[in-house]
Design a binder for this molecule. Structure first.
Ligand code: ADP
Length: 269
């Protein structure tokens, strides 16, 4: 029976009403806590390289003033740390821009095969450096979705770059396309698999990969110039596009990240 909020003389349904309000506050509190955690994490991530840069500047102004060898070495470290801060800031900006648009459905007609080819081209110098061949199948068809081109470029860039970074040097990575009917909603999706043959990820880490700043192996990720924000960005973009991100991995055998994006309903969108 529906509850009439304005005809409840005994007031017996009021507790439910209050419960809803409490629930709402809990939600708000969670949001506030998550935001505070995020600001704390982001500040910490920035403070570490910043402290190191300040330390080296002090050393260069003081004890190492007349030591050309030390100066060279310290300047290189400072450049490294500054580049790290720059990557962090641009990832943080990306995240906040995507979040601001979270409730707007992207509505430009874009061709995913073109986007993927562009991403592969732009990452081929990195692949060459690592001696990794990027293999693809069926990328010459028109694969239309309604989406935001730059954001989708970023999705594929982050996944292919991760496959290159965490894959095995001298091995290949596979990018494959298929069209699938999603069993959850029965609708057609464009489906891309990005597979590498690196160390893989053990089961317990998989559900947490899209958390901001979550890294399986902090040392190796630092070495790989990671910020821990790449997959969080991917998740946010795909959510806005009504898409999905799936992952599968066996430690020692590599990882497969799968992107699903709904096939554009109207041909002339
Ligand atoms: P990062 O900037 O550190 O690469 P991401 O959000 O892109 O951050 O990824 C989070 C973590 O997930 C990485 O630090 C790494 O530990 C793990 N990871 C991501 N992709 C792969 C992959 N293809 N193989 C193994 N581990 C991966």
């Amino acid at each position: 029976t529906p509850i009439h909020l304005n005809s409840d003389p005994e007031g017996e349904h009021r507790p439910e009403f209050i419960l809803l309000l409490l629930h709402d506050q809990t939600e708000q509190k969670n949001m506030a806590r998550m935001r505070a955690d995020f600001v704390a994490n982001a500040s910490h991530e920035l403070r570490t390289p910043l402290a190191s840069v300040i330390g080296f500047i002090e050393t260069l102004l003081g004890p190492a003033k007349d030591d050309p060898v030390a100066r060279d070495r310290f300047l290189r470290i400072m450049l490294d740390q500054s580049e790290r801060m720059s990557r962090l800031v641009s990832d943080l900006l990306s995240l906040s821009r995507i979040e601001m648009r979270a409730h707007v459905l992207p509505d430009t007609r874009v061709d995913l095969s073109k986007i993927m080819r562009h991403v592969i081209d732009s990452l081929s110098p990195l692949a060459q450096d690592l001696d990794v061949a990027i293999k693809t199948n069926q990328l010459d068809d028109d694969l239309w979705v309604s989406g935001d081109r730059d954001e989708l470029v970023q999705v594929f860039e982050n996944l292919v770059e991760n496959a290159l970074k965490y894959g095995k040097d001298g091995e290949k990575i596979d990018i494959s396309y298929s069209r699938v009917i999603d069993s959850a909603d029965g609708k057609p999706y464009h489906c891309f698999n990005v597979r590498d043959y690196g160390a893989g990820i053990s089961q317990e880490h998989l559900p947490r990969l899209t958390e901001r700043f979550y890294r399986v192996d902090v040392a190796s990720s630092r070495e790989q110039k990671g910020t821990g924000l790449g997959l969080a960005i991917v998740k946010h973009i795909l959510t806005r596009h009504r898409g999905k991100l799936l992952v599968e991995s066996q430690p020692g055998e590599g990882a497969t990240f799968q992107v699903r994006l709904p096939v554009s309903d109207s041909a002339d969108l």
